[in-house]
Design a protein around this ligand. Structure first.
Ligand code: ATP
Ligand code: MG
Length: 365
């Protein structure tokens, strides 16, 4: 086992800058998730950690050892890819044994380790089958067994569950997480699925456009997003954003045009450099309520709008509200009978708002 440090990684492919300075410390035994949209540099980061790609600048450290220019075979790293690359002409047993064979591990030891990995992944009954005789989920287990059989210092997984159907994906998420806990291997897991990231990661590194935007526990990322990108990327439906002007001269408030948000003294103090300026206000859909359903002690403004659209999902009801030029989304749990065209007054608590600098996108509150 080992901790992994990424220091100032820059990677260019011709004119494309895939990574623009990635710094990240991954603790020994940690399960960290790289989360971000397509093309943000997740796979490139993994490939540099694996040694399949060299950075143009920066370093990769395993413990105190600089491995930046070490070939993959000398790193004791395993990688599981999105397309579960199991070899079709080899039985499951031989697929799993392969990385041990090329390392020259004695036959007796190979058998022991294959059995260990197969039992952990619950595929010991399938060892004499060929990959075409397996389901997608079973093939993916073979790929994971083959990755852990060498007892890697670092396990890298690149969207390993994206080829599975929704139900199996949920099952495999918890199984992979449990497996990782059991063997304690430092794991870097790539996904663009925020639910996967939130449920699996000890910590999440949110990436965008070749940069890390924020690193934190799932809770920190959700409750204290560092900027508008993270706030908008994590959470479904997306956080509501709207512009408002900070007014601190007489009554202290945020003026959003169609409505105003009164500021407590504490909030006003945090915003004193922004007097007269426009900021971005964010509020998550699950913290907006129709007035009649609001928690009793909630303190915040009332906003009147017209219902544009209702998504009745059974477990949740999502209301799209038009308030002048603004479009606000309200998420309620359970079913509710709100109709398109109805007027609705919604409220939210002042303690739930986020405020971002309009120029930098950085969180002020
Ligand atoms: N071999 C390559 N040659 C040229 N450009 C590349 C190469 N590999 C990656 N890129 C570019 O680098 C950027 C980052 O790619 P990367 O594969 O790391 O993204 P990603 O976050 O894994 O995306 P996805 O979620 O779609 O897999 C993209 O703009 C991509 O087009
Ligand atoms: Mg990728």
């Amino acid at each position: 086992m080992v901790d992994v440090k990424l220091r100032g990684l820059v990677k260019r492919f011709g004119k494309t800058v895939a990574l623009r300075g990635i710094d990240l410390d991954i603790r020994d035994g940690e399960f960290i998730v790289l989360l971000g949209p397509s093309g943000c540099g997740k796979t490139t980061t993994l490939r540099i950690i694996a040694g399949l790609e060299k950075p143009d600048e920066g370093r990769v450290l395993f413990g105190d050892k600089d491995v930046t220019y070490l070939p993959p075979k000398d790193r004791n790293v395993s990688m599981v890819f999105q397309s579960y690359a199991v070899w079709p002409h080899m039985k499951v047993r031989d697929n799993i044994a392969f990385p041990l064979k090329i390392r020259g591990v004695p036959q007796e030891e190979i058998e022991k380790r294959v059995k260990w990995a197969a039992q952990l992944l619950q595929i010991d009954e399938l060892l004499d089958r060929y990959p075409h005789q397996l389901s997608g989920g079973q093939r993916q287990r073979v790929a994971v067994a083959r990755a852990i059989v060498i007892e890697p210092d670092v396990l890298l997984m690149d969207e390993p569950l994206s080829n599975l159907d929704a139900l199996l994906r949920v099952k495999m998420r918890s199984e992979l997480k449990k497996l990782q806990r059991r063997i304690g291997v430092t794991t870097i897991y790539v996904t663009h699925d925020q639910v996967e990231a939130m449920t699996m990661g000890d910590r999440i590194a949110v990436m965008n456009a070749g940069k890390i935007q924020q690193v934190g526990t799932p809770e920190e990322i959700y409750l204290k997003p560092a900027n508008t990108f993270v706030a908008g990327f994590v959470g479904s439906p997306q956080m509501n954003f709207f512009d408002a002007t900070v007014k601190l001269n007489e009554e202290k408030l945020l003026d959003a045009g169609e409505f105003t948000i009164p500021l407590t003294d504490d909030l006003a103090k945090l915003l004193q450099d922004y007097n007269g300026k426009t900021v971005i206000v964010g509020i998550r859909p699950e913290y907006m309520y129709p007035k009649e359903l609001a928690p009793k002690n909630l303190v915040g403004p009332e906003i009147k709008g017209v219902i544009d659209f209702v998504e009745a999902l059974g477990s949740d009801t999502i209301i799209h509200l038009r308030v002048g030029d603004k479009h606000l989304v309200v998420k309620l749990s359970g079913s509710h009978h709100y109709r398109i065209g109805e007027e609705l007054t919604v409220v939210f608590g002042l303690d739930k708002i986020h405020i971002f600098d309009k120029n930098t996108g950085k969180a002020i509150i």
